[in-house]
Design a protein around this ligand. Structure first.
Ligand SMILES: CC(C)(COP(=O)(O)OP(=O)(O)OC[C@H]1O[C@@H](n2cnc3c(N)ncnc32)[C@H](O)[C@@H]1OP(=O)(O)O)[C@@H](O)C(=O)NCCC(=O)NCCS
Length: 153
């Protein structure tokens, strides 16, 4: 991702992430948006140049012409041995056509030349396309995230 592409990415991220946390935690959309805006500020304070974070644009090439079809953001964990996928998104009109699988395989190939030993991620239990994709591409389930909302949330 180039510096000039970050603001478009951030706007997409805040909208999508707010929607997700609103659904998952039952927050109001205002609260979801406030959390999403704060999270991206905290996690990517220097935008594309934030240390230990890699923001990628997924592009589809047809001949020499390329088109932006999605994003993948990963951060380094475990002293650089783990790539943790923090966001992975294909624009709606490009979903379900094999691009997700191709993107993960491309990432895996790229990381094969690094000192990163594993890829980790978190996925919502109801996200069937994502679960299907990760299962197909060799990820194993290592646990479940659980939450119980309290009245004062
Ligand atoms: C999740 C996502 C990245 C998957 O990418 P995609 O390009 O749509 O998926 P692909 O077409 O590459 O599908 C790969 C495999 O996933 C599985 N899959 C795809 N859609 C599925 C669905 N609706 N239900 C069950 N499995 C599905 C299939 O096993 C498929 O392999 P196959 O076609 O060989 O059978 C994409 O749909 C997306 O961006 N969704 C919205 C954002 C999101 O949920 N991101 C993941 C957050 S963890």
């Amino acid at each position: 991702m180039k510096v000039g592409e970050f603001s478009t990415y951030a706007a997409y991220f805040v909208a999508e992430y707010a929607k997700e946390i609103t659904q998952n935690y039952g927050y109001s959309i205002e609260k979801g948006l406030a959390i999403a805006e704060q999270d991206i500020k905290n996690d990517l304070p220097e935008g594309v140049a934030t240390p230990n974070n890699y923001l990628l644009c997924i592009e589809l090439y047809q001949g020499i012409k390329s088109e932006l079809i999605g994003y993948l953001w990963y951060g380094l964990r475990d002293e650089g041995k783990t790539a943790f996928i923090l966001d992975f998104y294909l624009l709606e009109q490009f979903q379900g056509q094999g691009h997700g699988k191709a993107s993960l395989m491309a990432l895996e190939q790229e990381l094969a030349h690094s000192r990163i030993e594993q890829i980790k991620l978190r996925v919502a239990y109801h996200n069937k396309p994502a679960l299907g994709l990760y299962e197909k591409t060799g990820f194993n389930i290592t646990g479940y995230n659980m939450v119980k909302m309290l009245k004062n949330s």
